[in-house]
Design a binder for this molecule. Structure first.
Ligand code: HEM
Length: 317
């Protein structure tokens, strides 16, 4: 240690002493941990001796999360500043969509097994994921029409319409449409994954089976329908929900399940609406890069309900 440094440490000690007397009451503060070395003098936090620092032979945070891959996947096609925002908002959305799909698949399994508690837990998580996704439109809305036009042509015909993660969610929730597979023909694994889901029971199909298990008479034609077709409202399902909503204490689990489904549809519709509205704000009534009419096409999706009877039932109560 040099003399200069000695002097510095000496004066630091003295300053600390003086400080101690004036800041005494802080030691009683639960948020001020005097043992954890926060160095109030230079506003730094020294490393604690227990902190692991050598990751030559150990798995680090970045290794576990494959951050090298994740953080090198942002490859703008132009030198436009805002393209990075555009890429990151899409990539993060895709990750959240992936998690929502993962959770919905487990919700379907829990409902099949009539294990409602864990199903409620994951469905509640899906709702929060959608709220998070909806919030992200506000970041995208900082992209002005002129900023976006600087790189829009470079996107070619790519569009969120080709998002396999999003289509998976629509199918898992019951908005089946075989024509949506067409844009995935060039990607065999996405195509396969979606065609499998198209033919499987959706979350709502499983909920309707749960209604039959609880003793409600559901039309056989509905129970034996081709599940790859879009779900259409049915009187026997409406009647079952009417009984549930009229006697919530008697059918409490189904009642709670119904409200959780309404939560998901509500959150999903908010995402659809904010997408449409942000698109309108950024490109007006231009056609989409994916070839649709744009805002008009997105607006039509707002009329699609995953659980139509759950909204209809409210009118009849
Ligand atoms: C400047 C930003 C955006 C614009 C202008 C835009 C525009 C559009 C348009 C016009 C469509 C209709 C299909 C087409 O013709 O392309 C569409 C569909 C879609 N976009 Fe976006 N979008 C934007 C951002 C996003 C983001 C951040 C996501 C997040 C994943 C996203 C996901 C989707 C999805 C999933 C669809 C299909 C919706 C459906 O089938 O109803 N978009 N977008």
């Amino acid at each position: 240690m040099t003399n200069g440094e000695n002097q510095k440490t000496g004066s630091k000690k003295q300053a600390n002493k003086q400080k101690k007397s004036t800041t005494e009451p802080l030691s009683n503060c639960p948020f001020h941990d005097s043992a954890n070395n926060v160095n109030a003098d230079d506003n730094t936090r020294p490393l604690e001796s227990g902190i692991h620092q050598d990751f030559n032979d150990e798995m680090s945070y970045g290794d576990y999360l494959r951050l090298e891959q994740v953080l090198s996947a942002q490859q703008p096609l132009t030198s436009e500043h805002d393209e990075m925002l555009f890429i990151i908002i899409h990539q993060t959305s895709e990750l959240w969509l992936k998690l929502a799909g993962h959770e919905l698949q487990s919700a379907i399994g829990f409902i099949q097994a009539e294990n409602f508690g864990p199903a409620f837990k994951v469905i509640a998580r899906v709702k929060q994921i959608f709220m998070q996704l909806t919030q992200s439109w506000n970041i995208l809305a900082t992209l002005t029409p002129s900023d976006y036009l600087k790189f829009r042509d470079d996107l070619g015909r790519s569009s969120g319409f080709q998002s396999c993660g999003y289509r998976k969610l629509e199918f898992l929730l019951g908005n089946k449409n075989a024509a949506m597979l067409n844009v995935h023909q060039a990607n065999s694994s996405a195509y396969q994954e979606l065609s499998n889901l198209l033919r499987k029971n959706s979350l709502y199909d499983e909920v309707i089976i749960a209604l039959t298990k609880a003793g409600f008479p559901i039309d056989n034609t509905l129970l034996q329908r081709d599940v790859s077709q879009a779900y259409q409202r049915n009187d026997s399902v409406l009647d079952a929900w009417l009984s549930v909503y009229r006697k919530p204490e008697q059918y409490f689990e189904l009642y709670e399940l119904a409200e959780k489904l309404v939560d998901i549809e509500d959150a999903f519709q908010q995402w659809r609406f904010k997408h449409m509205y942000t698109v309108q704000r950024i490109i007006g009534y231009k056609k989409g890069t994916g070839g649709s009419s744009g805002v008009g096409f997105l607006k039509k999706a707002l009329d699609i309900s995953f659980f139509p009877e759950l909204f209809e039932v409210r009118t009849h109560l």
